[in-house]
Write a protein that binds this ligand. Structure first.
Ligand SMILES: Cc1ncc(COP(=O)(O)O)c(C=O)c1O
Length: 398
């Protein structure tokens, strides 16, 4: 007998971790695999800055091991408000900031508060998978809008317009983007804000990679329009190198009161899940207020690795890749014939090149198909080995 699980959970997908099993199997048989599937800088040579580790330690030793407020530790919310003022010139009151267990929990709480059966969320195609899978989990429908590969994956504004329906609840912007690395221009963002205003829709803006750009600066939609209601998600995982501590935040930015009820529903859910990690929240105050030099160093190293990956991939016959302006992903197109689909390609590269990537269709069936995503977080020597492995796999006939 089987106890039947709910279909909403059975349908849950996360391509980034789906191909871990065949990679582990290969490693068990004695082959070393280079894992370029997960966007975790700490898994490579980027370590959490010492003063942040110390602050976490101190918070624990000082006894901050109990539950905290559901909205988050007030000193951290104040530090976040200051940071947003500094970075984006925004005046976001601490009452409109909620600290979450990573952005991931912010996505769950937000879409849980927003999506009813049949509601639609406009998402970039391709996009970071949880926005689609959590929307589906709540009975909604993610509707991808095209992003244009030939134009460095900038958003197709006409496609955004034509995909808006009576059921659309919000437009999602992820810039810098995962998986394409696109950094949206101010003029594209202005146009997206105009579309949102015209259709009275809020914008959801995921800004987790806002400090990780290579030349082209990140612009937050919140600086482009002061009127369009926005829910902004950000977090510490990537820029402060604490992916395992699980701390992020959600901000409600509204010149009127159209987000009031949504925020109240979000807060009800937040109370029901108690709080984010108390010591980690205190450590994040030190992260925001302490030295930021590790970010400059990280960006410098990542730029070199990005340039190398892009050059090698574009030299390989059968692959081409647009230059990412932010985040730490490349999203090459598979042009070589011979593979059933992109998953088949990724499994082939794993088997013959011993490198694990993520199949592009995991980020969107239509716009991600026949692509794959690689991180360029690995040190140069490892990046070289990975690119050699990819090249070898391309020469092995099917
Ligand atoms: C666009 C985007 N948002 C959110 C997350 C998850 O962030 P967190 O660690 O804060 O849950 C990721 C992780 O890869 C991401 O790429």
């Amino acid at each position: 007998m089987q106890f039947r699980p709910a279909s909403r959970a059975v349908g849950m997908e996360y391509a980034i971790r789906d191909l871990v099993l065949p990679a582990r199997e290969l490693e068990r048989s004695g082959t070393k695999v280079i894992w370029l599937n997960i966007g975790d800088p700490g898994a490579f040579d980027f370590d959490t800055p010492e003063h942040i580790k110390r602050a976490m330690f101190d918070a624990i030793l000082e006894g901050h091991n109990n539950y905290g407020d559901s909205e988050g530790y007030i000193e951290l919310r104040e530090a976040i408000a200051e940071r947003e003022k500094r970075k984006n010139g925004s005046d976001i009151d601490t009452g409109n900031i909620v600290v979450t267990t990573g952005i991931t929990e912010g996505i769950q709480l937000l879409l849980g508060a927003m999506i009813e059966q049949g509601d639609e969320l406009l998402v970039p195609g391709p996009t970071y998978p949880p926005y689609s899978s959590v929307t589906k989990y709540y009975g909604g429908k993610p509707v991808p809008y095209r992003t244009i590969e030939e134009k460095n994956w900038r958003p197709d504004l006409d496609d955004i317009r034509s995909n808006i329906s009576e059921r659309t609840k919000a437009i999602l912007v992820v810039s810098p983007n995962n998986p394409t690395g696109a950094v949206y221009s101010e003029s594209d963002l202005r146009e997206i804000c105009n579309i949102a205003a015209e259709h009275r829709l809020p914008i959801i803006s995921d800004e987790i990679y806002d400090m990780l750009t290579y030349g082209k600066k990140h612009v937050s939609p919140s600086t482009v329009s002061k009127d369009v209601p926005m829910v902004i998600l950000n977090g510490f995982s990537k820029s402060y190198l604490v992916t395992g501590w699980r701390i992020g935040y959600t901000m409600f930015r509204d010149s009127g009161d159209s987000l009031k009820e949504l925020k109240e529903a979000f807060l009800k859910e937040a109370r029901a899940r108690l709080c984010a990690s108390n010591p980690a929240q205190r450590a994040m105050v030190a992260a925001l207020k302490g030295p930021q030099t590790h970010i400059t160093k990280m960006v410098r190293a990542l730029r070199e690795r990005r340039d190398y990956a892009v050059k090698r991939i574009n030299e390989m016959e059968g692959l081409s890749v647009a230059v990412p302006d932010g985040a730490f992903y490349v999203f090459p197109r598979i042009e070589a014939p011979g593979w059933k689909n992109d998953r088949d390609f990724v499994l082939h590269v794993l088997k013959h090149g011993h490198v694990l990537f993520v199949n592009g269709s995991g980020f969107d069936g239509k716009y991600g198909g026949m692509h794959f995503r690689s991180v360029f977080l690995a040190p140069m020597e490892m990046m070289e080995k990975a690119m050699d492995g990819l090249q070898t796999a391309l020469t092995v006939r099917r």
